[in-house]
Design a protein around this ligand. Structure first.
Ligand SMILES: [Zn+2]
Length: 403
């Protein structure tokens, strides 16, 4: 069918996700839940029915008024695999189209090894396993770095030590399924829009803290990718003069100031953890109220608050969602973050809500799976041939057949 130009509306995926989660809903339920006008919802549902993705069910029970026609997924029986690639491990989930996680796993991995690509292929093979009754719609991959386009999946990542790695092409060829690759924060933003707090907001900002610092911008319900898929790399905004060396080669980047590696290093220098200790140990000390540990998190909150305030001034989102593994210690960041953040905002937006979500590895991988669930509705430029293959599998492929 002919699609409107520039059609990149995650709201369509959100409809599928909502129906997958709730089983059935009326057009009015969907419009209310996803914050779009009834007229637009009627149009979107019409398209989804024409695409063979949604079907009309029976009428809802009447409460005296006119009964509403209920809608449901045409084909719920598709599975999706999502994976988050980190420097030292890979997290996997298998989900239903609704985003419901069926199973998950985590495997050790060395992204810096000479055999990193073939090692990754082996790990994915092992997780995906033999073909089952439920066909695999595709694999979504989240990586900490820039990706040229979701469909081609060429990765540049200073964190992984990868330059121009053709990840999507290799995985797709070796596994014989559509593969979509995206910056992991952008993938997380898609998951927020489909399944999380972003469901009620078409304009929001996701900020992640942890090993790296990143951001995803959703505007008009769509994740902003930038010209080369590198939008949202806030970790590499230089925040101080003559600051510490960053993984990108510059000095004083926000990631070099507040990334986990730096916080751990500060704790070592303060003599409160051993050389082999990790972020969890520092976290534990802060939880126990050790002042030097608390100070490290507090100091980190300030530059982060400033940078995020800058983003809010530029992008004018409805809400800021803070996520990532670093949020485990958020209560220690919060006071200085809030002070710096609110203090750097203009009066008209000083009361913007900040939602903190304690997403874990599984949630990151769910973000990657959401790439596949949303692929049928992304523009050709972004998901390309892989997105077309996902769409074909969603509508045409009989159960049990893959190709
Ligand atoms: Zn940097």
């Amino acid at each position: 069918m002919v699609r409107p130009s520039g059609n990149a509306d995650v709201t369509r995926s959100a409809i599928l996700a909502f129906l997958g989660t709730s089983g059935s809903a009326s057009r009015a339920d969907l419009a209310r839940a996803l914050g779009v006008s009834p007229a637009l919802m009627t149009q979107l549902v019409k398209d989804l029915i024409a695409d063979g993705l949604v079907r009309e069910l029976s009428m809802s029970p009447s409460n005296g008024g006119r009964p509403a026609r209920m809608l449901g997924l045409a084909t719920a029986a598709r599975r999706v695999v999502g994976m988050k690639v980190s420097k030292d491990h890979v997290a996997f989930v298998e989900t239903e189209l609704s985003g419901q996680i069926v199973r998950s796993d985590s495997k050790d991995y060395d992204a810096t090894s000479f055999t990193s690509l073939s090692d990754l292929v082996s790990l994915v093979h092992a997780f995906v396993g033999e073909e089952r009754d439920t066909p695999l719609l595709g694999i979504g991959v989240g990586v900490p770095g820039s990706v040229d386009a979701q469909g081609s999946g060429v990765v540049d990542s200073s964190l992984l030590g990868w330059r121009q790695v053709p990840l999507g092409e290799v995985l797709s060829r070796e596994l014989h399924v559509p593969v979509l690759v995206e910056n992991n924060v952008n993938a997380l933003a898609v998951a927020e829009r489909l399944y999380g707090s972003g469901r009620e907001h078409a304009e929001f900002l996701v900020v992640t803290i942890g090993e790296g610092v990143g951001a995803g911008f959703v505007t008009g319900g769509v994740v902003v990718r930038g010209s080369r898929g590198g939008a949202g790399e806030i970790g590499h905004i230089v925040a101080v003069d003559d600051g510490p060396l960053c993984s990108c080669g510059n000095h004083g980047c926000i990631e070099a100031l507040v990334g986990e590696k730096t916080l751990v290093e500060h704790a070592r220098q303060a003599g409160i953890i051993t050389p082999s200790a990790a972020i969890a140990d520092l976290q534990g000390l802060a939880d126990d109220g050790v002042q030097l540990a608390l100070d490290i998190f507090r100091r980190a909150g300030r530059p982060l608050g400033r940078i995020v305030a800058g983003l809010v001034q530029v992008l004018d989102p409805e809400v800021v969602i803070v996520s990532g593994e670093g949020t485990r210690g958020w209560r220690h960041w919060a006071s200085e973050f809030e002070r710096a953040f609110r203090g750097a905002l203009t009066a008209d937006r000083r009361s913007i809500p900040v939602i903190v979500e304690s997403w874990d590895d599984e949630a990151w991988a769910l973000g990657a799976a959401a790439l596949v669930a949303s692929a049928p509705f992304y523009s050709e430029e972004s998901s390309g041939e892989q997105g077309r293959r996902v769409r074909a599998r969603l509508t045409n492929v009989p159960a049990g057949v893959v190709g």
